[in-house]
Design a protein around this ligand. Structure first.
Ligand SMILES: Nc1ncnc2c1ncn2[C@@H]1O[C@H](COP(=O)(O)OP(=O)(O)OP(=O)(O)O)[C@@H](O)[C@H]1O
Ligand SMILES: [Mg+2]
Length: 336
């Protein structure tokens, strides 16, 4: 008889939205992080932190963990998490911070008034604010870092790029003073442990061998997001075939699907206009900005301005989706 769920006991544990109870192989980073933010629990200023490292190395996971620990441990601390990918202007970041701090912001609030409201935040309450800015390299300007550090709030910045904060101007640098914490890619054994631990909670016992967790670990380049997604895909394949165990073949197929994850992760966050423009560049061999705009404005019913499109092009280049050739006037774009 068909036996349902022979491999997967709880799929939600294998999804990105799941936060594991214990973060393994990050003890050193955890200790430094705790040391830096500890003063907040007695109402003091923390040491600002800059967490950096390649994709899937637990940066967001660790940040969210420390923020929730801080809130649990002290009622004088209020923590705020902002992903700068979707809020890349100082205005939007401040708006999000104020909203999470339950301060009313009108849709037409001026920047000056937002900054004033933000500065009053810590003055009016006896709470210490700790603000985490994930994907901080996506900020169009670093001005908001200055506003935050000057207000006496603590900052946790996160990025894939170890140099994300190195070009902030001296005025911001001296008020920031971050302690850098590196999150390197996981080694094969560390990754096998992470995958093994997920398997223990999410799959039926013995659904995957230790050797096979190592096979996955070797394929995922130190990126736990890819490793866990491979585990999920391989488990689903085994289950669809009514097998009780994950095989080498499942893992191979899962790898072929999961290896595009990083690119897909980037693309999944583009808006419709950005996606349309990217498609135009991909279907052309080389194309200049006005050519892109001409095709794009014919395709969509309410196009954004030409200036906005140029901004998107810069963003694509930064994300490694496109590159350009030629000097500024004759610049042509091509997909990577
Ligand atoms: N040490 C760990 N123990 C358990 N799970 C982990 C560990 N590190 C990462 N993960 C898991 O791997 C996935 C990716 O982790 P996370 O989102 O923290 O990566 P990141 O470093 O923020 O990546 P990116 O730079 O792409 O944003 C998540 O599902 C997370 O739960
Ligand atoms: Mg992250």
């Amino acid at each position: 008889m068909f036996d349902e769920n022979v491999v997967i006991a709880n799929e939600s544990i294998l999804l990105e939205s799941h936060s594991p109870e214990d973060i393994i192989h990050r003890e050193g980073q955890k200790q430094v992080l705790i040391e830096c933010v500890k003063p907040a629990s007695s109402g003091k200023r923390i040491r600002n932190v800059f967490i950096y490292g390649p994709p899937g190395t637990g940066k967001t996971l660790m940040t969210k963990w420390i923020l929730s620990e801080l809130e649990k441990g002290a009622n004088r601390v209020k923590t705020i998490y902002v992903n700068c990918w979707s809020r890349s202007t100082s205005y939007n970041v401040l708006g999000e911070i104020l909203q999470q701090a339950e301060i009313f912001v009108s849709p037409r609030e001026s920047m000056v008034s937002m900054i004033r409201k933000f500065e009053n935040l810590s003055k009016q309450t006896d709470k210490k604010f700790i603000i985490a800015l994930d994907e901080v390299d996506q900020l169009e300007s670093n001005e908001v870092l200055y506003d935050i550090s000057r207000s006496g709030s603590g900052l946790v910045c996160i990025s894939n790029n170890p140099y994300a904060l190195s070009n902030v101007d001296d005025r911001i640098k001296s008020s920031l003073q971050v302690e850098g914490i590196e999150f390197p890619a996981y080694s094969i054994d560390q990754m096998a442990d992470i995958i093994g631990q997920r398997a223990k909670y999410a799959l039926a016992p013995n659904a995957i061998t230790r050797d096979d967790t190592k096979v996955i670990a070797r394929m995922c380049n130190g990126d736990a997001r890819v490793g866990i997604e491979m585990l999920r895909k391989a488990a689903l394949m085994a289950e669809n075939e009514n097998k009780k165990k994950i095989s080498a073949d499942h893992i191979k197929k899962a790898f072929n699907e999961a290896k595009f994850m990083r690119k897909n992760k980037v693309e999944a966050r583009l808006n419709e206009d950005e996606m349309e423009i990217l498609k135009i560049i991909r279907s052309a061999n080389k194309i200049n900005a006005s050519g892109i705009y001409e095709q794009y404005s014919k395709k969509v019913s309410s196009p954004v301005t030409e200036r906005a499109v140029r901004k998107y092009l810069k963003k694509f280049a930064k994300l490694g989706l496109i590159k350009h050739e030629g000097d500024v006037r004759w610049r042509e774009y091509l997909a990577v």
